[in-house]
Design a protein around this ligand. Structure first.
Ligand code: PLP
Length: 246
């Protein structure tokens, strides 16, 4: 009796995980398809856009499953969860890790030497801590509050230039680009307005050819707005919900 029961449970689990893998595979294909389409429309090469899988809402097993399906860029936004995932996925050497959230200064030392990109640099105090703790130069995005919403983190567009100028003294910080989040309720017109504003800012900074701030990249676009972001020049999109929806 017990054995039969256990057997059918195992079968059920197998079926469930099969379903999940199928769903993940389909989600990945859908995202890739949307990226390909908008790249074509915007006359951009597919290689010019990196899709980062934001795995913050799922467990280690599901994260491993997307990696097994070919995902190579992963992002987390909480220190504890990042460290757990990082350890669980240690045997996958070709992963690129992104930290996309607010990073408390006292947590910098736990995270900074494990990640490839940090997307939320927005204070000199945080930069100072990174400088102190980093063993090598860290690729950072300066977070910009492009819409001016009070609830949003980030440097105001007017202050970005001087903020980046002041980062020159930190040899452990390389400003690879700018990052932003659009307002949740933005219309398509507003999205394009904000995202193209970011593109202008990024181009302007890049044109200065600062050694510490090449600023060639743009981290913008999430599940609901990555098409508009790509149209406006995004090079790293950060997609969570659409990878893991059922
Ligand atoms: C959660 C998160 C994302 C992913 O958002 P989705 O809408 O789930 O695609 C992207 N960027 C940041 C900073 C996030 O915190």
């Amino acid at each position: 009796m017990r054995l039969v029961h256990r057997h059918s449970l195992e079968e059920k689990n197998k079926e469930d995980s099969g379903l999940i893998i199928q769903q993940l595979q389909q989600n990945i294909e859908n995202i890739q398809c949307r990226v390909d389409k908008v790249c074509q429309i915007s006359h951009r090469s597919i290689d010019s856009v990196q899709t980062i899988c934001v795995s913050k809402s799922v467990d280690e097993l599901t994260t491993k499953a997307v990696v097994d399906l070919g995902v190579t860029h992963l992002a987390e936004n909480r220190t504890e969860k990042f460290l757990k995932k990082y350890q669980a996925l240690e045997s996958y050497p070709s992963l690129t890790w992104h930290f996309i959230g607010n990073l408390q200064r006292r947590k910098v030392k736990d995270v900074i030497n494990k990640i490839d990109y940090f997307h939320a640099l927005d204070t000199q105090r945080l930069a100072n801590e990174i400088q102190k703790r980093a063993e090598t130069s860290i690729k950072c995005f300066v977070q910009v509050n492009i819409s001016g919403e009070e609830s949003k983190q980030g440097i105001s567009p007017e202050e970005v230039n001087s903020f980046i100028q002041d980062l020159k003294k930190f040899d452990k910080i390389e400003v690879v680009g700018l990052m932003t989040m659009a307002p949740i309720d933005a219309t398509v017109e507003e999205l394009k307005y904000y995202f193209s504003g970011m593109k202008k800012l990024q181009t302007q900074i890049a044109s200065k050819k600062l050694t510490h701030a090449p600023c060639t990249e743009l981290s913008m676009g999430m599940s609901r707005d990555f098409e508009e972001a790509i149209e406006c020049g995004s090079t790293f999109i950060r997609v969570g919900t659409d990878f893991f929806k059922k």
